[in-house]
Design a protein around this ligand. Structure first.
Ligand code: ZN
Ligand code: ZN
Length: 352
């Protein structure tokens, strides 16, 4: 048995549950923790049964509820290393320093280190070296100050793209919330995978594949258990050969059908955003998806779920029509049934 339950799909949040009879994983956590738990219960998926969370890429619509949900369920999160690093950077408050401030900071660090070394090994080579470096930096700082590199930038900017109330809402014990905010990048456990290299969680074999998209190291996944294969391929600018190759012999396929080209062209987005969506690291159009289904797809799937539909630049019926027309000549009579994934509500689970 394998089951796919799409909890949400679209630019306001993505999340899908993949289960075998023994293992259950969540792919992406792009809604708040509370909303994810609500949708899982609506769809009959017990959150307590989740074994892990897998992340395709670090865009907000794929990670919004990640840290809170992972902490709440106390389960590991699987990323590629570049995606994890990009995510940590996104959530880390950034300090903007001027050159003079940076020098001052460096000097103080050197001095502190020199003092610590001098205390434990006063005559060592390292102590002498650190003291010398500290003197050099002090000299540069003095010169910089003299040249009038004044400090006119704001001292620090804090960027925390997480709803500050989120932890309280989703904390296991709501009494705890007030005391201390946890580090937003803290996760109970982090595991790394590499695109192209198969790994397993429980009895599900997982093959991640690279997708062309403007993120650090984005990927799609093929899941296999008990002879059934399910795949997720959204957030890709075009269909490169490696993705076409990965999507062979898939029984349930969640595939992006993001926008109608004309609706995007005439739609409300500023031109820069239109260019980004249309680019080779943006999103798949209905047309590109149809072209894949017509020319490269092997016709093996029982179900094709069209996902990541744009609310501003697509109409569900246009996406469906394009895909169904492209599939028109496929020989499988019982397969290739087309479903549309929604932004606002979970789809009924698909079980094979
Ligand atoms: Zn994305
Ligand atoms: Zn996305």
């Amino acid at each position: 048995m394998m089951r796919m339950t799409v909890l949400a799909s679209g630019s306001k949040g993505n999340s899908t549950v993949i289960s075998s009879s023994r293992t259950r994983v969540l792919v992406d956590a792009g809604l708040s923790c509370r909303e994810l738990l609500k949708r899982m219960s609506q769809a009959g998926e017990d959150p307590a049964g989740l074994d892990a969370i897998l992340i395709t890429h670090e865009h907000q619509d794929h990670i919004a509820g990640l840290s809170v949900l992972a902490r709440r369920l106390n389960i590991p999160v699987f990323f590629t290393e570049p995606t994890h690093r990009a995510w940590v950077r996104m959530l880390t408050p950034r300090t903007t320093m001027t050159y003079a401030k940076w020098l001052d900071h460096m000097q103080r660090e050197k001095e502190a280190r020199a003092a610590a070394v001098a205390a434990s090994a006063p005559n060592s080579e390292l102590a002498g070296q650190l003291a010398e470096e500290s003197r050099i930096i002090a000299g540069i700082a003095a010169e910089a100050a003299a040249l009038g590199r004044s400090d006119d930038a704001p001292n620090a900017t804090l960027e925390l793209p997480i709803d500050p109330d989120e932890d309280d809402l989703c904390a296991p014990d709501s009494q705890q919330g007030a005391a201390q905010k946890p580090d937003p990048t803290y996760l109970p456990a982090v595991e790394y995978f590499h695109s192209g290299i198969r790994f397993s969680i429980g009895d599900i074999d997982i093959t991640p594949f690279t997708i062309p998209h403007d993120a650090a190291d984005p990927c799609g996944f093929v899941f296999e258990a008990e002879g059934i294969r399910m795949a997720l391929a959204t957030d890709l600018g075009y269909m490169p050969p490696n993705v076409k190759a990965a999507l062979k012999r898939i029984d349930v396929l969640l595939l992006e059908s993001n926008h109608d080209l004309e609706m995007l062209r005439d739609g409300p987005y500023p031109w820069s955003v239109k260019q980004r969506v249309l680019s080779r690291v943006g999103h798949l159009s209905n047309h590109a998806t149809a072209e894949f289904l017509q020319k490269d797809y092997d016709g093996a799937a029982a179900w094709i779920i069209l996902g990541h539909l744009s609310e501003s630049n697509n109409a569900p019926e246009l996406a469906r029509l394009a895909a169904e027309q492209a599939l028109g000549n496929q020989p499988t009579l019982l397969g290739n049934r087309v479903l549309l994934a929604h932004q606002e509500a979970p789809l009924d689970p698909i079980t094979l």
